[in-house]
Design a binder for this molecule. Structure first.
Ligand SMILES: [Fe+2]
Ligand SMILES: [Fe+2]
Length: 184
């Protein structure tokens, strides 16, 4: 398998979550109420799976190695666009989570912010994924030899293998800090 294989498989799960987000936006508009639990799950999915795990492999391995190659002007431009889009996705996810917090605190006008950020995510991710799947991932593989592709695939697997340990180390460290600050 080419190293972009696992990335394209991950896109299919991200698309499923994005479709659920789009469905939830329609529900919010009909009922004029948000489901904070759904938003918390969606935000965790985007932060952990789509951003840290998936964009992590793209930026820290694939794009890192591509930036060492003599890329065409078009591929260089697309890679910069993709990186900028990751930044935008992070910002919208953060804004969505903050709007959810406000909503839970009873600030009802936060519903507009929730809808706005969910709509941006639902629109942006499918376009981002299409750009990678249809116009970037396969053509840029030609910059790498078979050996380099195989080394990259192994690095992806190693990234995945370590990932769950990083995530839960982070969670425990976060709790530890909170407990120390609160002197519990
Ligand atoms: Fe991406
Ligand atoms: Fe991607």
């Amino acid at each position: 398998m080419m190293p972009v294989g696992p990335l394209m498989i991950e896109h299919r799960l991200i698309e499923r979550m994005i479709a659920l987000i789009a469905k939830e936006v329609r529900k919010i508009k009909e009922s004029n109420a948000a489901d904070p639990e759904f938003i918390a799950i969606a935000v965790d999915f985007i932060r952990t799976y789509a951003d840290k795990l998936h964009h992590g492999k793209e930026e820290e391995i694939l794009f890192r190695d591509l930036s060492k190659k003599a890329l065409s002007a078009e591929h260089k431009k697309t890679m910069h666009e993709l990186i900028k889009e990751h930044v935008l996705g992070r910002k919208n996810t953060k804004d969505l989570f903050e709007a959810r917090d406000k909503y839970v605190r009873g600030e009802k006008d936060s519903l507009q912010e929730i809808v706005k950020n969910m709509e941006i995510l639902a629109q942006f991710y499918p376009e981002h994924i299409k750009k990678e799947d249809k116009h970037f991932f396969l053509p840029v593989m030609s910059y790498f030899s078979k050996e380099e592709q195989s080394a990259m695939l192994n690095e992806f697997y190693e990234f995945d293998r370590k990932f769950i340990h990083f995530k839960y180390n982070d969670i425990v460290s976060g709790l530890d800090v909170i407990k120390k600050e609160m002197k519990i």
